[in-house]
Ligand binder design. Structure first.
Ligand code: ATP
Ligand code: MG
Length: 306
């Protein structure tokens, strides 16, 4: 599906690899020697691009691609769910130009569903709850506020949107209609299992995993449902500090908060409602955002980001 809905990125040319797709953040390649679409491997390269409000910004965040890749690799090792990673070093075959921010992966036939687990109420979940007392039509108890912990984690899938459009919350029923009953049940169970596992690991490090989005696909060589893409990064998850968590208002999170705050401030001059491209970020917003990504990586992994 090259170019059908992808982001028009200037992906780097890599010897031995053919560029096949670019999302908002990642560029995908396949081995150049294989017939197009035939190889069972892909190279997933994370860029320093940053998206906000469904747009890719013209500014990049230095080291973001490396941080996302290294954090995902760390999580893939912690989790019990089968994942797509085959290798991540130059010895494994990763081109030196992108070493550190790339993974060689099993090629998956991705499901068109963003698998989201929420243990806390905020964001689009909170918006739906305020209207109807539900999230993805799952009824929740009364009296919850922004940041409340849910009685138990829930599966709140969304459908992938076109570039510049917002992903749309869908119901579990919708997922069964899209992928069938068996696959839907597996996607839900794997997502909730992953969330519970990761939530415990993060909590032990003083971080609340409020919610997270994962993507699965089918490995055509084995037929198994496999965890793909990136996992449990600040781009795909809301991380909150255990120390400062206080339901009743928006929680400061380890992600693009500075970017969103600046873009929606008068200073940026961006008229979001008019649908124009967002402006470039000032240097201090870039720097503070980079520091947040590094901090999330270091707190979760216990490693120093080199
Ligand atoms: P979109 O795909 O809608 O453009 P996005 O902007 O979030 O989403 P990125 O995350 O930047 O895209 O790009 C990663 C793309 O690669 C996603 O489309 C994802 O589904 C796909 N992908 C991830 N892992 C694999 C894999 N192992 N095999 C095939 N595709 C994969
Ligand atoms: Mg993505």
């Amino acid at each position: 599906n090259v170019g059908s809905k992808g982001y028009q990125a200037e992906a780097v040319e890599l010897p031995g690899w053919r560029h096949i797709y670019s999302g908002k953040v990642r560029d995908l390649y396949e081995p150049a020697e294989a017939e197009p679409g035939e190889s069972s491997e892909v190279l997933v390269v994370a860029s320093d691009r940053i998206s906000a409000y469904d747009y890719v910004l013209s500014s990049t965040i230095p080291d973001k691609g490396r941080i996302l890749t290294q954090l995902s690799l760390w999580w893939f090792e912690q989790l019990n769910v089968p994942n797509h990673v085959l290798g991540s070093t130059v010895d494994d075959g990763v081109p030196a130009e992108v070493a550190g921010r790339a993974m060689i992966c099993r090629r998956l036939e991705m499901y068109p569903v963003e698998c989201i687990a929420r243990g806390y109420l905020t964001g689009s979940g909170l918006a739906e709850y305020r209207e109807s007392g539900t999230v993805c039509e799952i009824p929740l108890p009364e009296g919850l506020v922004d940041g409340s912990r849910l009685p138990e984690a829930i599966f709140t899938p969304s459908a992938k949107a076109e570039y510049g459009e917002h992903d749309e919350n869908i119901t579990y029923e919708d997922v069964t209609g899209m992928v069938g009953d068996d696959a839907a049940a597996q996607l839900r169970d794997l997502t909730l299992e992953l969330y519970r596992e990761a939530e415990g690991i993060a909590r032990a490090r003083g971080i609340i995993l409020a919610d997270t989005k994962v993507e699965f696909g089918v490995d055509s060589t084995t037929g198994y449902i496999t965890l793909g893409d990136e996992v449990l990064t600040p781009d795909s998850s809301r991380f909150w500090d255990v120390e400062t968590w206080e339901p009743g208002h928006a929680q400061p999170s380890f992600d693009k908060q500075f970017v969103r705050d600046w873009l929606t401030s008068a200073e940026s001059g961006w008229d979001r409602a008019a649908g124009g491209e967002p402006p470039a970020l000032p240097t201090d917003v870039v720097e503070r955002t980079r520091a947040r990504y590094v901090e999330a990586y270091e707190r979760l992994t216990g490693r120093t980001f080199a």
